[in-house]
Design a protein around this ligand. Sequence first.
Ligand code: NAP
Length: 447
Amino acid sequence: MANALSEIQQAILTGNLDDVAGLPVPESYRGVTVHAEDVEMFEGLPSKDKDPRKSLHLDDVPVPELGPGEALVAVMASAINYNTVWTSIFEPLPTFKFLQRYGRLSPLAKRHDLPYHVVGSDLSGVVLRTGPGVHRWQPGQEVVAHCLNVELEAPDGHNDTMLDSEQRIWGFETNFGGLAEVALVKANQLMPKPAHLTWEEAACPGLVNSTAYRQLVSRNGADMKQGDVVLIWGASGGLGSYATQFALNGGAIPVCVVSSPEKAEICRRMGAELVIDRTAEGYRFWKDENTQDPKEWQRFGAKIRELTGGDDPDIVFEHPGRETFGASVFAARKGGTIVTCASTSGYLHQFDNRYLWMNLKRIIGSHFANYRESWEANRLIARGHIHPTLSRTYGLADTGQAAYDVHRNTHQGKVGVRCLAPEDGLGVRDGELRERHLDRINTFRGV
Ligand SMILES: NC(=O)c1ccc[n+]([C@@H]2O[C@H](COP(=O)([O-])OP(=O)(O)OC[C@H]3O[C@@H](n4cnc5c(N)ncnc54)[C@H](OP(=O)(O)O)[C@@H]3O)[C@@H](O)[C@H]2O)c1
């Protein structure tokens, strides 16, 4: 580690945060990258055989120049999101295309267009420096960052910043992401680090927690209310583990779908009572690549009714996409909502539109979250109403393995990555609040 970085790390670890402003900014740092020269390395392989361990590198890269409205952050911990899996397997597009497009926007944005891409869309850490025009944040503050990167020069995004014509996901569609020792963010991505959490716990909710909040709770998403039956796909996964908590915290009734008894047990430990093991039930929604089987939709719907005592889902929390979307549209109640933010199994969805229009159902598209929604989602974590779902952590050099676990769906909840944090368990400032919620914070640990 560069000298300047180890001084910064020491100041943070010893709690001398006031010193950070006076320490020199390092010239370079280690970050997890993909390389432009590698984008064809997996040509011809099926997605599942594309191995992030081969494409993710740990490189020494220069610290980027700090622009107006931006902040440099010393990153203590980060986490794996599925977008890092997409980046590492160069699907559906190599992310260099996003960086090139961003680079055409302005001389400042041009900094992002490089032959390497430092990935990662979550962080917890300490503000190192802020650029001109930043007044709310100072060096030495402990922060987490959400991943919405907007320019807001056009009118489009001024009611809801997700609608900005230059809306990007930091660390996926921009460079200098969080799987690194230093990251560059816009200052309006910063939020206070929850004081009762360790660095790795605080980093892991970021992207998925904000996404699930908008998708399920916000008026921009499904606008969930007390008593709603919410069908949650992948309920112990990244998004689903937060959706399940939001449903329970908001007085709704989650019906959790998972693929193993271990995952079913985790849902029960979160407090969910209604759980479907899709593997044990053996659903085959597709007879072949082009034909779905409505009888299987019916069998799935009957199982939901059996669990709920006859109710169909008011809301279906969708993200598996092609594999499940026909079943989701079928299963939603009359007047119900299918809210989707992804298509893990394929983006060309098929569903029987008769079930949609005759039953006045709605499909809502949702994507990440605006600053306000992210802030509210983070506040629920900070107050101990929603908890991190961290199952295990890796060191920065093993990020490839961490992404591989998520790609192979062998993980639970969130997989964390230590960046400048030398070990797990550091960074707790409010031991009393932590003690009150320790069981919930550790629900996913080591499973
Ligand atoms: N638009 C956005 O802002 C946004 C934000 C976050 C994530 N995403 C996307 O959302 C997707 C999920 O992200 P995540 O972080 O929750 O990933 P994750 O941790 O891998 O969890 C997804 C879960 O979905 C379930 N699943 C996967 N394939 C399935 C299939 N074919 N049928 C039924 N269930 C399936 C699996 O659970 P079981 O095996 O237990 O059923 C898996 O654990 C990814 O595609 C990601 O890129 C989008």
